[in-house]
Every structure is written in C-alpha cells, then in structure tokens.
Design a protein around this ligand. Structure first.
Ligand SMILES: Nc1ncnc2c1ncn2[C@@H]1O[C@H](COP(=O)(O)OP(=O)(O)OP(=O)(O)O)[C@@H](O)[C@H]1O
Ligand SMILES: [Mg+2]
Length: 503
C-alpha cells in the first residue's frame, strides 16, 4: 500500500472560549480526493487552516511524507507542498492573471526591482494550460475573467509551487452548476497527477461525484473516515448531525391566499427584456434559471439595487422603488446570494446583527427594549442552530456557514411583507437547511409572500407553490406545485421552446 503523503495526529485547537478541534487524526494519500464534511462550525475550516499554516495547532503533530513538519505561515506551508484555496477568492482584480499567480515572488523580480515580465507570463500560461485553462490569456486583468476562469487562476496560484496537497474549502459555493463540472475536470486532472486533494463541501451530490473518501467532523471531533462507496447520503447526515434528520421539505398545510401582494408588470431587466408576474399573500413562488437567465437581476430590480422601467404594485398600490431603503420602507426584504459582501456587519455581535433591521419595533419610544432584542436574537439563534458560545459573540469569529445563518436570521426576524430569498441555503449544513425550510413555511403560513430564487432544483421544487422558469431574460414557463421534476425544470430552463412552447 502507498504511504500517506500527509498525516495529522491528535490535532486540537482552542480559541478563547471555544474548543474548535479535539484530538483529530487525519490522513491523506497521493492521488485521492478526500471530502471533509460536517455541520456549520464543526471545525472543517479550522483543521484546514492548521494544515495550511494559517494557525498553529494548540496540540498535535503534522507529518509530511513521514517526517514531522511545522508550518510557520501559509507561504511556508506552500513551499513545503501544501496549498489552500479559501472559501472566498483572494485575487487582485485589477492585476493580470499572471501577476496574481506569481505575486510577491522574488524569482520573478529582475534587477532594479523590475519584474521579469515575459518569464512570468510564460510560466503562468503554462501552469494555467496544464490544468485545462487554455482559453485564458494570463495577461488579461482578472476582473475581465469569468468566475470559472478566476477560479482556475486561483488554483494555478495555489499550484505555483509544486503542490503535493491542495485544499479546497467550499470551492463550489460561488460557482453555478455548469462551472462546477469544469472545476471537477481540473480536480480529476490534478488527481491523476498524484496530488492529494481535500474537498470541503456541504453539497452531497458533489461529494458522491468527485470524492474517493470522506471524513466527517462533528463538534470538533472526528466521527469517521470511510471510502465513498461505503456511505450513503442518509448515513453521512446521521454522522454529521448525530441523529436522523426528519423530513427535509415540510408538507404544505395551508393553501395561500387570493390577494395579490406584489404585482410586477413589464419590469425591465435590460434594454430588450421585460417580465411580469404576481405574488399572492402567503405564497411561495420559485424563480429558477441557469446562470445568465436574469433571475438575479429580478431581485436587484425589485429591491432597488438596479434601475429600469416598469410598474410595481404592492397591495394594490403603485410604488416606486429606486433604492434599498425605498424597498425596506415598502416592507420588502432581500437575502442576497453573496452574504459576505452584503448584509452582514462582521465586527458586531450576533445579537446586534439579528436585531438590526427591527430596532424601530424593538424600541419603547427612544429606548431600546433590551429584553425584546434578546428574546428575538435568542429565538433565531436557536431556530437556525447558530453555533457560538452565546449571542454576544462577534460575527467575525463565526464559521462561514454560521455567518450566513446570521444574515438569514436578521431578515427572517424583520417580518417583512415580501421576502426575496436568493440561494438561502448556500453553504449551510443539512440540519440547518431543514430548519430554514420549516421557517420559510411557517412564515408563509403567517401570510408572508416569498420569492425564492435558487439554483438548487430540489429546493425550488420542494418548497414552491409555483415555479417560474427563466431563460435569457424571459419567463418561459410556469409549473404548478407538484408538476415539475428536475429534468423538466432543467429542460425548460435551457430550451425555451421545448414541448408545449413558450409561455
Ligand atoms: N478566529 C476564531 N476565533 C474564535 N472562534 C473561532 C475562530 N475561528 C473559528 N472559530 C470557532 O471554531 C469553531 C469551528 O469553526 P470552523 O470555521 O472550523 O467551522 P466549519 O466546520 O468550517 O463550519 P462552516 O461549514 O460553517 O464553514 C466554530 O465554533 C467557530 O465559531
Ligand atoms: Mg468553514
């Protein structure tokens, strides 16, 4: 049997007040894709940050090809053959791809501090080509590249030293489905070159498609490592959550009302595309489209982030929404897909973030009602299973998924009339997913109207009363509840004039 390229033994990590990891063993073999799974806050990112030299462990040892290794910094780890790609891209968008790949590298500096430009371009291009990015011109500024190409640059950067181990922390979170396929091709290529790849993800489907082995963490401890052929989705969930998760999609108990709460007529998405639709009281309408279909623009237009023409009526009255504060005043709320950049105030506590949008309601005159604030914050912290010592914890120190839950909690707690949810469960673990779905249903039952924009087909199908399908800036089909399956949905979303013709 081959020897492991890397071994972690008895790793523990303590942060003030938090034991993030306890006595974790982890082994990696050359040429394997090793999935790392666990609920939000289980310790996945922390383990990978220790492995890549971001933090020292509180205890335990790391062995690289049999000899003990200490990684003083990410650069140090990279030099020794371990590279990490973090959840968020770390690229300078106004520099070229080549500069990003070889940033700060002394061997690329010539005399008088001048960069050896042609050598850098040549080597960067070779690297990008070797992982299947032949259509990328590395002289191009990163901001002109598509999201997959940016990721290829990110991977090339990680591989710019010879990497034995490549860690990818939720690499697919920012990628649409078709781009995930391309990323898998890159991963398979690296695997065949003998690189050991750690793949951190919450997406079951991906794990079964790409991984050879899976390790599950729960509450900072290792539950098990198993070959992918020996686990099922159900057994993985059980290992992660520690118990059976009941039904993921709740059964809709009550039909929605008749009143039209939101009426959109000829809302322009760009110069040549306009859409119209209605949302009733307590109704959940799914909006599904492949990337570029315009579904994201619908949210931006409704929430006043982008201007254009068209009519919007709320509760029968024509309204003008030209800014997010207009939208908020009209009782609209929007959970954006990119929650790291929008919607969260990282230096503030969980409690402050959750109660932020409802401070007016939680005040008695000019005085804040601290008990009410605490109640609301505790309620959503519990419902969304936000993992932290308590709600005074600064959001900055939460795990990625728990930060997302805070943003969702904040908007759910705001009790709007119309809620636009875009990718509400991206990066969120299965247990919390079930909770979020049941909260969505509860809110709809209370009369909240929800526009659900999501690229996860099971989610759109499982939650929506109706599904609108978008293709290239138009609504091309409407499915009633229970009418759509994944195949039909995808067909409509990619071929507007399939069976039955356009709507
Ligand atoms: N810098 C930090 N300071 C304090 N606590 C931290 C810090 N980084 C992580 N933690 C805590 O350590 C625990 C593990 O977090 P980690 O980021 O490793 O989780 P994760 O498994 O990656 O979760 P997710 O799926 O949400 O990304 C969490 O309770 C988190 O709040
Ligand atoms: Mg993480």
């Amino acid at each position: 049997m081959t020897r492991p390229v890397l071994t972690m033994e008895g790793i523990s990590k303590e942060f003030p007040g938090v034991k993030a990891l306890a006595d974790v063993d982890f082994e990696l073999y050359p040429g394997e894709v090793h999935a790392l799974m666990g609920e939000n806050g289980a310790g996945k990112s922390t383990l990978m940050k220790i492995l890549s030299g971001v933090y020292p462990p509180t205890g335990g040892t790391i062995r690289l090809k049999g000899t003990e290794a200490v990684f003083g910094s990410p650069l140090d780890a990279q030099r020794q053959g371990v590279s990490i790609i973090h959840q968020e891209f770390n690229l300078f968008t106004n520099l070229s791809a080549a500069e990003n790949i070889f940033i700060d590298r002394p061997e690329m500096a010539g005399r008088f501090g001048r960069i050896k430009w042609s050598r850098m371009v040549e080597e960067a291009q070779a690297l990008v080509d070797s992982i299947g990015g032949g259509d990328i011109d590395v002289r191009e500024e990163v901001r002109h590249l598509g999201v997959h190409s940016q990721q290829v640059v990110e991977i090339a950067k990680a591989l710019s030293f010879r990497a034995d181990v490549l860690i990818m922390d939720e690499p697919s979170a920012a990628l649409p489905e078709n781009e995930v396929k391309k990323m898998f091709e890159v991963i398979r290529r690296l695997r065949s070159q003998g690189v050991a790849i750690v793949y951190v993800s919450h997406r079951m489907k991906e794990i079964f498609e790409i991984a050879d082995k899976v390790t599950v963490l729960r509450d900072g401890r290792k539950v098990a490592t198993q070959p992918i052929g020996e686990v099922t989705e159900q057994s993985l969930i059980q290992m992660m959550v520690g118990k059976e998760v009941q039904q993921l999609y709740p059964v809709r108990k009550q039909p929605y009302g008749k009143e039209v709460v939101l009426k959109v007529k000829d809302l322009s998405l760009d110069a040549s595309h306009k859409i119209s639709f209605e949302l009733r009281k307590g109704e959940i309408v799914g909006l599904f489209g492949i990337p570029g279909s315009g579904s994201h623009t619908v949210a931006e237009r409704l929430f006043g982030l982008k201007r254009g023409t068209g009519e919007i009526e709320i509760n029968g009255r024509p309204v003008k929404i030209t800014s997010p504060s207009d939208a908020k005043a009209k009782k609209l709320a929007y959970v954006p897909p990119d929650r790291h950049r929008q919607g969260i105030i990282k230096p503030m506590s969980i409690r402050q973030n959750i109660s932020f949008t409802m401070l007016p309601e939680l005040s008695k005159g000019l005085v804040l009602d601290r008990n009410a604030i605490q109640r609301v914050s505790a309620e959503y912290m519990g419902k969304l299973r936000i993992k932290a010592p308590d709600d005074s914890q600064t959001v900055d120190f939460l795990s990625g998924g728990n930060q997302q839950k805070v943003v969702i909690g904040k908007w759910l707690a705001a009790h709007p009339d119309i809620l636009i949810l875009e990718e509400p469960t991206r990066g969120v673990d299965v247990g919390a997913k079930a909770e979020i779905y049941s909260i969505i249903h509860e809110l709809a039952r209370e009369g909240l109207s929800i526009l659900l924009i999501s690229s996860e087909m099971p989610e759109v199908i499982g939650l929506s009363d109706r599904v609108l399908v978008m293709y290239q800036g138009d609504i091309v089909h409407e499915f009633a509840h229970g009418e759509a399956d994944q195949e039909q949905l995808l067909q409509r979303a990619s071929h507007p004039r399939g069976k039955g013709g356009a709507l």
